[in-house]
Write a protein that binds this ligand. Structure first.
Ligand code: NAD
Length: 249
């Protein structure tokens, strides 16, 4: 199948419908802009309505609201008749300064609901569409925290490593159906998500990056674009790295 399409077609998104969550800011916004510039119809989803201003097409969505997730995907499908890729960038860190035994349970649960349950519900909603198309790309933005764990970020670590496990198994369910499902594990990237992260935690995270700096959103958007494209046809269930050398596995 891949030999039947040109190299140009593999890397462009003409006639494709790409759904991006967390698209009001940071990685999601950068991915939305890049993939739009490569020819896609991008549908931007986010809790933050103001941040979606300027998007070609957008919906306000709380990914931790199960019914809302299924409704918005059904609405997009009914309007556009297809969804070629889901890129799930919605996420938030939760507590970053507390020992695990001090974290209040509602705070723990909220991180799980946004970072993990939202990812699961989005996947459940788009897979039947992708199966009927015999084509699809799912990109779940996890984190280096899901591979290595950061101290005092127990809910975030739990949610992201569970997401990586989720991707591994689901990818195998659909591997013969033209659908690839992959995760991405960034180390610290310069985005608003780190605004409330403690100075101590940021220093700890950057000190672990051999490149000695934070990543830039453009660098991440580029790998997301590849993962969401036709070109990403023989890699599935994988967790791509973008960590400046922190992880070499
Ligand atoms: N920036 C980093 O250092 C870094 C590192 C590793 C992983 N990540 C992951 O990358 C993803 C994107 O983060 P970012 O750095 O662009 O942060 P960001 O804060 O700039 O963007 C996250 C977006 O998610 C949205 N969001 C939060 N909760 C939501 C909800 N319940 N429903 C819908 N949207 C919601 C926010 O409104 C925001 O627009 C997240 O999943 C994050 O965990 C980021």
């Amino acid at each position: 199948m891949t030999t039947q399409i040109s190299a140009f077609e593999r890397n462009t998104f003409d006639n494709q419908v790409i759904v991006i969550t967390g698209a009001a800011s940071g990685l999601g916004k950068a991915a939305a802009q890049l993939i739009t510039s490569r020819g896609a119809t991008v549908i931007s989803l986010d809790l933050n309505k103001e941040g979606l201003a300027g998007a070609t097409e957008s919906y306000q969505l709380d990914v931790s609201d199960q019914a809302a997730v299924f409704k918005v995907i059904a609405d997009i499908q009914s309007k556009h008749k297809r969804i070629d890729a889901l890129i799930n960038c919605a996420g938030y860190p939760g507590p970053t300064t507390e020992f695990v035994e001090d974290i209040k349970w509602p705070d723990y649960e909220k991180v799980m609901a946004v970072n993990l349950y939202g990812a699961i519900w989005l996947t459940q909603a788009v897979l039947p569409i992708m199966k009927s198309q015999k084509y699809g790309r799912i990109v779940q933005v996890a984190s280096i925290a899901g591979k290595e764990g950061n101290p005092k970020m127990a809910p975030y670590n739990t949610s992201k490593s569970a997401l990586i496990g989720f991707v591994k198994g689901v990818a195998k369910e659909v591997a013969t159906m033209g659908i690839t499902v992959n995760a991405l594990a960034p180390a610290v990237i310069k985005t608003p998500i780190n605004e409330n992260t403690s100075e101590e935690m940021l220093k700890y995270m950057v000190a672990k990056i051999p490149a000695g700096r934070l990543g830039e959103v453009d660098e991440v958007a580029e790998i997301i674009s590849f993962m969401a494209s036709k070109a990403c046809s023989f890699t599935t269930g994988f967790t791509f790295d973008i960590s400046g050398g922190r992880a070499t596995y």
